[in-house]
Ligand binder design. Sequence first.
Ligand SMILES: [Zn+2]
Length: 415
Amino acid sequence: MKMKMRLFLSFAMWTTLTLAARADDAVGSSISPWQPGMLDIHQISTGRGNAGLYIFPDGTTLLVDAGELPTKTAKHTPDRPDSSLSGGQWLVRYIRHALAHDPEPALDYVLLTHFHDDHMGGPSDKSPASSSGTYKLTGVTQVGESLKIGKLLDRGWPDYDYPKPLEDAATQNYRQFVKWQIEHNALKVERFTPGRNDQIVLCRDAKKYPQFEFRNVGANGEIWTGEETSTQQHFPDLAATPRNLWPHENMCSTSFRLRYGKFDYFNGGDIPGVHPAGRPAWHDVETPVAKVVGAVEAAILDHHGYVDTQNEFFVGTLRPRVWTLSVWDRYHPTPGVWQRLQSAQIYPGPRDVFATDLHPENAEEIAGIDRQLASHAGHIVLRVAPGGDSFRVVIVDDRSESHRVTKVFGPYACH
Ligand SMILES: [Zn+2]
């Protein structure tokens, strides 16, 4: 073949590939529907806590957290799209739209990383009662009232007593919900068990996607060793530990690694990795978790990028190309965390950080962060191509229900 012809052909192929990669999600258009083979991870922006909708390659669905803070102040970011509906109601509407390809949209799995209201919802005087009257609708209980849930996983089932009985109002409300759903909707509930890779599986067409795996990494201090399903306990025996040093709720968060071909993704709930002076070293949960997770393509920041997270070892070991950040207050992220994320000494090469929102006061505190973030407003959708060789990041307008694409990044190659 003549050189010119070859050049022309490779240019034509390059253009076609580039166009094909972006054709489905053009800025200004509505986000394109999920299609079989794709892995979608939607970090939904509500301004009221975390919620991540996962659509696996065979259409299996997972919701990780459904936060809804019961009260907001000036330090918090605004409600998205607005305050006319509750956080849970907006979530349900978002999920129904994202699952419009399914004649009966449902959640095969719901996972709660831990029992805080920005991850599960918290009842207030304004929260409406459920149809049964036995619990209030907020966050995950609102989602479960409106959408069928196949299996619910959390860190506490069935006793909810580690490290001590969980008796706060949000957990009590959630447990009433769980009880009612088991009795009336045949809800299955399981304790999230570290080390296992068979608690969350493809349940619609698993055989077609053998390169998919959902690995439970940690919860309640129990952490996968990296070998088969074995684990070790990172926290000391409670009986030998002063009560004021007992693991707190964030430290008990679940963590997992999701793998699809070459694409690896990490979610660690609110686990900390930077312990205040005088605290024992085992209060750092990020380090033992990072050791077993290794390098990933994308990760959500632990604990919304708060001051006690993203230690050097964790950042340098995961070294993702893409970080996502679920924001609901002015401290997400804090300056030290932002510095570590940016550091080429901790790991070399480019990286893009996406936040669901940025509080104006934080934009002042960390000069330039609004320009340095790849995006600082909107739902963040990671779209992994069939097979897992590459992924894109699609930002979707969160100020209305337009589902309009505002930015597209990538494709990023997976390694
Ligand atoms: Zn949180």
